[in-house]
Design a protein around this ligand. Structure first.
Ligand SMILES: [Zn+2]
Length: 87
């Protein structure tokens, strides 16, 4: 949670300026996690990299086996419902 030292106040991340500064005094506030350690670099609207957040470190995300089983069962069930219309 961003902490402004001159104002002695916490801010929600959405309350900060676009540059990541305090909305009252304009000082650049550091973001820290719940244990008080600073998070570096500061994530703002300009520094947010969605591609980096969405990357999977080169590992292919595979569908889990139970999803494939459910899709197969659904296809069999729908096929049977179509066949049963004509029986
Ligand atoms: Zn401030």
């Amino acid at each position: 949670m961003p902490w402004c030292e001159p104002c002695a106040k916490y801010f929600v991340p959405n309350a900060l300026t676009i540059e990541g500064g305090c909305p009252k005094c304009g000082a650049v506030v550091g973001q820290s996690d719940i244990n008080g350690r600073s998070i570096d670099p500061l994530v703002t609207a300009k520094t947010l990299d969605l591609r980096a957040l969405a990357s999977t470190d080169g590992q292919d995300e595979k569908a889990p086996w139970h999803f494939k089983l459910l899709v197969s069962a659904l296809v069999i069930y729908i096929s049977w419902r179509v066949v049963s219309l004509f029986i």
